[in-house]
Design a protein. Structure first.
Length: 342
């Protein structure tokens, strides 16, 4: 593969067989566009510029402006257009640049996409996929760095997924497009350059079930998205200290896979939840409540939580790192749970 091919966005895999997270997402888009003529991509700078995070690079040249559509700078307008296209039988993929900007389309997402099936008595589905970047760690300050996926996981009528691995980045999109309900895909920005090997047979994956990313017997670590790899790093450090942590990657934030979480907690008898979002009213609070409701008598220690500091995400590197969960924070929380000092 030539440098020009890579710059233009295809083919996705490098010559040594490795692929980045952004390239896996691009391969998923390319596959969906090739499979179904009803699929099209729309959003700010997705065409000629190749996407703010270079995910759609080269797709305009491959599929043309009818299917790779640059939109005006109006999230409410183009999300609304995506809803209309889905109602008319198309399979739109709408890209919102960052989760913070999705708030400008919240009326469309909450009051239209999430409710139309219910309000029509099931007569109208909204098979819409909305992709957006979430999370911090790149020094982009408060307006581009928050983790608000827990807000959307609060809304009935939506499905919320967070691919944290190359396989999920490659495989979740087509499954989402087959859903009759709107699906929001949250891509953590710190993952875009992550690279690894993806099997040639990689294809669609489940978007309903959590995955055990590491087995262990002493404590269950529940996380998702960009926090998965910090949690795995913490679990390796804990293993060197004699503590075997089981790591659960939620993958789907709505619906939550309660069964997988409870099965793990019943084996380990301790749980720590790692969530980059703010602690108050967070997804971590919901998971903690569910564990308490469903597995209280299996717990040997209170449920622990490691969350982002309750401040707007700072710009300065050292402050941003201090505001986010880090492997050391996870290790400390686990030691508190295991020692009984939680």
């Amino acid at each position: 593969m030539t440098t020009t091919q890579r710059a233009r966005g295809g083919p996705e895999a490098a010559e040594n067989g490795t692929i980045t997270y952004r390239e896996a997402l691009r391969a998923a888009l390319r596959d969906a566009l090739a499979r179904d003529d009803r699929v099209f991509l729309m959003g700010e700078d997705v065409g000629r510029y190749g996407g703010c995070f270079a995910v759609s690079l080269g797709l305009l040249e491959a599929f043309g402006p009818e299917r790779i559509r640059d939109t005006p700078l109006s999230e409410s307008a183009f999300v609304g257009a995506g809803i209309g296209a889905a109602l008319a039988g198309m399979r739109p993929i709408v890209e919102i640049m960052t989760v913070n900007f999705s708030l400008l389309a919240l009326d469309q997402i909450l009051n239209n996409a999430a409710t139309l099936s219910h309000m029509s008595g099931g007569q109208f589905g909204v098979p819409l996929v909305i992709r957006m970047t979430t999370g911090a760690g790149r020094q982009l300050a408060a307006q581009h760095s928050h983790s608000l996926e827990g807000w959307y996981a609060h809304i009935p009528g939506l499905r919320i997924v967070a691919p944290a691995t190359l396989e999920d980045a490659r495989g979740m999109l087509w499954t989402a497009l087959e859903s009759p309900d709107p699906v929001l895909i949250f891509e953590h920005a710190s993952l875009y350059p992550m690279s690894g090997r993806l099997p040639p047979t990689a294809g669609t994956v489940d978007i309903d079930r959590a995955a055990v990313r590491r087995t262990g017997s002493d404590v269950t670590l529940v996380t998702y998205g960009g926090s998965l790899h910090k949690t795995l790093a913490a679990s390796e450090r804990l293993a060197s200290q004699g503590v075997q942590a089981e790591v659960i990657d939620l993958r789907s934030l709505r619906p939550l896979d309660d069964a997988a979480v409870m099965a793990s907690v019943r084996r380990t008898h301790r749980a720590v939840i790692v969530d980059e979002a703010w602690r108050s009213g967070s997804l971590s609070a919901e998971i903690s409540a569910r564990i308490t409701e469903q597995a209280f008598y299996d717990l040997d220690a209170p449920v622990g939580r490691v969350c982002g500091a309750e401040v707007p995400v700072p710009y300065a590197r050292h402050l941003e790192e201090a505001a986010l969960p880090q492997p050391g924070d996870i290790v400390s929380a686990v030691h508190r749970a295991v020692s009984g000092d939680a």
